[in-house]
Write a protein that binds this ligand. Structure first.
Ligand code: NAD
Length: 489
């Protein structure tokens, strides 16, 4: 056997009531950059979810009665502990997910740390409302209380980043949680569990149950003692969760997919626009819900844009994710790679032109990565708006470039998909930027930039991209029950 095979597999355990508990069955988890099984993830079901919900219920009275300051200090401690182990977390995230070590070091893990620090701070500044009605001799005020046990379900693309974006606000305002990370990327959540006791998180406040969506996820969704569910993932799964939770009238927050347009007017600063749009298309292998996948370029600059965009894309190196000079790592799974490749094939069959990447350029991989799930960043031109490549979320390193003539036309075309998550607009005309931003059906609009976030402000999608928003105020609204109290004197 090779070194990789002779090494013992990493075996994860559920974290319930402050203890690691083994599971009766396990799922294989692959290293996407080698294609080897390297980890075994508990295949939890009803029984494990039941135990986790019970532990979370028992922990609720104590945790919810702590002061915001006490909870804040614990969240800060947890942030410090994750930050202390940043390199180990980044290595694990890269190995488990296929993303580059650079991205994990610069984005995933620092953001997970920041999520805890951000909510540790913002919980201290949560102010409720008060109004007076002198003529009636009344004052009204609102009080906010945690709801109970929150069910948190997260996807595989930004594993620890997105999971902590839910755990932090949920526990900051006094809820206890049962989290179910993606079965494909469970390792960093398990590593975080090892730090909870040291951070001072009491047993049962954060429980993590590993397993598939169909078994562990659905058991959580259907559990009668979990009144609220925060989910990030695909629109299809969200529909299923909505249906399954409906008999219990659960509170849902749904952060879903996107088919995000970039609109590039002829007065755009291409020096900034081109590298940023390459990044917005291919960062994290295009596996970010906010990634650009439809680029609309005004006719006058279309040819120049295309030429320079392809040149810039070709500079991105694909290969071993642990090599710090690599820009594009491996896709999450063999099946996902196949799905993404099929989109390129379909576009070609419809008469579109593949300008670089898949099927056009050679992909040279180091010997150890030959069985990994790699694909070159791919640019497609002359695709029809009705094509599946312009309508469906591909969630891989594929982007389509098309030409447009007028502002009116491009707004209509940009809005002509079922999704509405994130858009970018490139122009040096301030009036136009505002006009277009207002008319786009998109929860987020970035002009002359991409993925610049202030966590204070709402994040989320319109149409099939989601229901609800996350952010300082928005997450607390979701994770608390508000009461209006009237006092007559
Ligand atoms: P997915 O919907 O397949 O899975 C997400 C999570 O839901 C996983 O933990 C999975 O196990 C679980 N799940 C699956 N079926 C379930 C069921 N029936 N009941 C309960 N849980 C179930 O999504 P994915 O493939 O892991 O992630 C990619 C998707 O996530 C893309 O569509 C992407 O756009 C979206 N996403 C959205 C955001 C956002 O903030 N809007 C962020 C990242 C990813």
């Amino acid at each position: 056997p090779t070194m990789a095979h002779s090494k013992a597999l990493l075996v994860l355990e559920n974290f319930i009531g402050g203890k690691f508990v083994p599971c009766s069955s396990y799922i294989d988890s692959y290293n996407p950059s080698t294609g080897d099984v390297y980890c075994r993830v508990p295949d939890s079901g009803k029984e494990e979810v039941e135990a986790a919900v019970k532990a979370a219920k028992e922990a609720f009275p104590i945790w919810s009665s702590k002061s915001p300051l006490e909870r804040s200090q614990i969240l800060n401690k947890l942030a410090d502990l994750i930050e202390h182990d940043l390199e180990a977390f980044a290595q694990a995230e890269s190995k488990d997910q296929g993303k580059t070590i650079t991205f994990a070091r610069m984005v995933d893990i620092p953001r997970a740390v920041h999520n805890f620090r951000f909510f540790a701070s913002s919980i201290l500044h949560l102010v409720t409302e008060c109004t007076e009605m002198p003529a009636m001799g009344c004052v009204h005020y609102t009080s906010r209380a945690p709801v109970g046990v929150a069910g948190l379900i997260s996807p595989w693309n930004l594993p620890l980043y997105l999971l902590t974006w839910k755990i932090a606000p949920a526990i900051a305002c006094g809820n206890t949680v049962v989290a179910k990370p993606s079965e494909m990327t469970s390792v960093t959540a398990w590593m975080m569990c090892k730090l909870l006791e040291k951070a001072g998180v009491p047993p049962g406040v954060v429980n993590v149950v590993f397993g598939t969506g169909a078994k562990a996820g659905e058991a959580l969704v259907c559990h009668p003692d979990v009144p609220l569910l925060s989910f990030t993932g695909s629109t299809l799964t969200a529909q299923r969760i909505t249906e399954k939770s409906a008999p219990h009238c659960k509170r849902l927050s749904l952060e879903l997919g996107g088919k995000n347009p970039a609109i590039i007017f002829d007065d755009a600063d291409l020096g900034q626009c081109i590298p940023t749009t390459v990044r917005s298309s291919f960062a994290n292998q295009g596996e970010i819900c906010l990634c650009t996948s439809r680029i609309f370029v005004q006719r006058g600059i279309y040819s120049e844009f295309l030429k320079r965009f392809v040149e810039e894309t070709k500079k991105w190196k694909t290969g071993n994710p642990s090599d710090p000079t690599i820009n594009v790592g491996a896709l999450i799974s063999k099946e996902h790679l196949e799905k993404v490749r099929n989109y390129v094939k379909k576009a070609q069959a419809e008469g579109a032109r593949v300008l670089c990447g898949e099927g056009v350029d050679p992909l040279a991989l180091p010997p150890g990565n030959q069985k990994g799930y790699f694909m070159l960043p791919t640019v497609i031109a002359e695709v029809k708006d009705e094509s599946c490549c312009m309508q469906e979320e591909i969630f891989g390193p594929v982007t389509c470039v098309v030409a447009f003539d007028t502002e009116e036309e491009v707004i209509k075309r940009a809005n002509g998909v079922k999704y509405g998550l994130a858009a970018t607009v490139w122009s040096s005309n301030v009036g136009r930027v505002h006009r277009v931003a207002h008319r786009l059906q998109s929860g987020l609009v970035w002009t002359n930039c991409w993925l610049v976030r202030d966590l204070n402000l709402p994040f989320g999608g319109m149409k099939a991209s989601g229901i609800g928003r996350e952010g300082a105020k928005d997450s607390y609204e979701f994770f608390t029950e508000v009461k209006t109290i009237t006092i007559k004197h």
